[in-house]
Design a protein around this ligand. Structure first.
Ligand SMILES: Cc1cc2nc3c(=O)[nH]c(=O)nc-3n(C[C@H](O)[C@H](O)[C@H](O)COP(=O)(O)OP(=O)(O)OC[C@H]3O[C@@H](n4cnc5c(N)ncnc54)[C@H](O)[C@@H]3O)c2cc1C
Length: 362
C-alpha cells in the first residue's frame, strides 16, 4: 500500500513538503491555492503536538496576561484561514469561544483587573458572576477573554490528509535523509523530483542536517481528555488549567503543563494525578477520564518561529518552531512563506531564519 502511494507520487513537482502537522497542512493549502504542484511525505505518527493540541487561539498569554505576539494580525488571520479551509473541506474546524477566566488567587484577580483597566480590547469583566456556580467552584470570581477561538486541529488534519490522498499528493512513510539528493536547482527523493523541499517536520528538524544548528528548545505538554456530561460547551474555561470543548459533545480537553526538562515524551503518572486532583476540586460535576496524552512542542529558545530558505541552500526551506502557539502562528506563517517563495516578499525579520545565517552556513 505504501509502495503504491510512493509509486503514484512520482515525477516532478514544484514543492516536496516533509510533515503534515499544522505547518505542513497550511503550507500545502496555500501553495495549492496558488496552483503549485506538491507532494507531502508524512509518517502519520500517532502522537504529534498538532494532534494533541487543544486548538486554543488565545489573544492573551502568561501569568501577566499580556497580548500575544502579533495579536492583531495573527488572530484574525487564523480565524479566516481555518474558516476558509473548513469551507473547502466541508468540515467544522473552528468556532469562536470566549475564555471564562476563573481567578485562581487574589494576585491573578488583581493582575486581570489592572490589565483590563489599561486595555480592554480582549479582557472584560463578566456580568453574571454566579452563572457558573452550578458547574464550578470559584471563590474569587471570573473575567472573560474575548476574541479567542477553539480550533479542531485533529479534524482539520484528517480532512486535509484525505484531500491530499484523493489527489495522489500524500506519501505515507518515514522520510529518510539518506535518500535525499540536493542539487544546485532541484532536489530528488527516491522517484520524486522537486524544485524545493520544505521541512515542516516538527521535532524531526532537531536532527535535520540542514537545520539542526537552529536553537530549538523542545517543551513537553500533557493533557487529559475528559467526558463531562452537563457542562455547556460554548466557552473555554480556565483556572490554572484550560478546559476546552472538543468537537464531540460533552468531551473536553484538560491541560496543559510546560516542561523544559523531561526524561521522555511519554504521559506521566504525576501529571495524570495532578490534573485529576485539580479537576476534582474545580468541577462540581462528575467526570470520566477517557485518555491521557503527551507530546513535545517544537519550541525555540527565543520563542520565535523558523521560517524561510536555508541561506546556503536556496532549494531547502523550513516552517517550524511554532512552540506553544502553533494553532494561530502556523496559518499566518504558512501564507507568509508562500508569498516569499512565490513573490519574493520579505519574511518578518523576527521569524526569518536568515537571522541565523552565520551558524547555518558555518
Ligand atoms: C499538549 C499540547 C497542547 C497544545 N495546545 C496548543 C493550543 O491550545 N494552541 C496552540 O496554538 N498551540 C498549542 N500547542 C502547540 C502546537 O500544537 C504546535 O505548535 C504545532 O502543532 C506544531 O505543528 P508542526 O506542524 O510544526 O509540528 P508537528 O505537529 O510535530 O507536525 C510534524 C509532522 O511531521 C511528521 N514527521 C516528522 N518527522 C517525519 C519524518 N521523518 N518522516 C515523515 N513524517 C515526519 C510528524 O508525524 C507530524 O505529522 C500545543 C502543543 C502541545 C504538545
Amino acid at each position: 500500500m505504501k509502495e503504491k502511494a510512493l509509486h503514484q507520487a512520482h515525477g516532478h513537482v514544484d514543492y516536496l513538503l516533509i510533515g503534515q502537522g499544522l505547518c505542513g497542512t497550511f503550507l500545502s493549502y496555500y501553495l495549492q491555492k496558488e496552483n503549485r504542484s506538491l507532494i507531502v511525505i508524512d509518517n502519520n505518527a500517532i502522537t504529534t503536538p498538532s494532534k494533541v493540541s487543544a486548538g486554543i487561539i488565545n489573544p492573551i498569554t502568561g501569568r501577566r496576561l499580556v497580548k500575544v505576539w502579533l495579536a492583531e494580525q495573527v488572530l484574525s488571520f487564523a480565524h479566516k484561514s481555518y474558516n476558509e479551509m473548513g469551507n473547502f473541506l466541508s468540515a467544522d474546524v473552528i468556532s469562536q469561544k470566549n475564555i471564562i477566566d476563573f481567578f485562581p488567587n487574589p494576585h491573578q484577580r488583581q493582575v486581570f483587573l489592572e490589565r483590563m483597566a489599561e486595555d480592554d480590547e480582549y479582557l472584560h469583566s463578566y456580568p453574571e458572576q454566579n452563572e457558573f456556580n452550578r458547574f464550578f467552584n470559584y471563590d474569587l470570581g471570573c473575567g472573560e477573554i474575548r476574541g479567542s477561538y477553539a480550533a479542531y486541529p485533529e479534524t482539520l488534519l484528517k480532512a486535509w490528509r484525505q484531500h491530499l490522498i484523493n489527489n495522489d499528493q500524500l506519501v505515507e512513510e518515514n522520510f529518510l535523509f539518506e535518500e535525499l539528493i540536493v542539487k544546485e536547482d532541484s532536489v530528488r527523493y527516491k522517484n520524486i523530483t522537486a524544485e524545493k523541499i520544505i521541512f515542516c517536520d516538527g521535532l524531526s528538524s532537531f536532527e535535520n542536517p540542514f537545520f539542526k544548528q537552529l536553537p530549538f528548545a523542545p517543551n513537553k505538554g500533557e493533557v487529559l481528555i475528559v467526558e463531562i456530561p452537563g457542562l455547556p460547551g460554548q466557552h473555554v474555561y480556565k483556572k490554572g488549567f484550560m478546559l476546552s470543548p472538543l468537537g464531540e459533545k460533552h468531551v473536553f480537553w484538560l491541560g496543559s503543563n510546560y516542561q523544559w526538562s523531561f526524561v521522555n515524551a511519554d504521559p506521566s503518572k504525576e501529571f495524570y494525578e495532578q490534573a485529576e486532583r485539580h479537576l476534582k476540586s474545580w468541577l462540581k460535576l462528575p467526570f470520566k477520564i477517557l485518555d491521557h496524552k503527551a507530546a513535545l512542542r517544537p519550541a525555540t529558545l527565543e520563542r520565535r518561529p523558523f521560517v524561510g530558505l536555508h541561506p546556503g541552500q536556496k532549494n531547502v526551506g523550513i516552517l517550524n518552531g511554532m512552540g506553544t502557539k502553533g494553532c494561530s502562528l502556523a496559518p499566518f506563517f504558512a501564507e507568509h512563506l508562500t508569498k516569499h517563495l512565490l513573490f519574493n516578499e520579505n519574511i518578518l525579520p523576527d521569524a526569518d531564519i536568515g537571522r541565523f545565517s552565520k551558524i547555518l552556513t558555518r
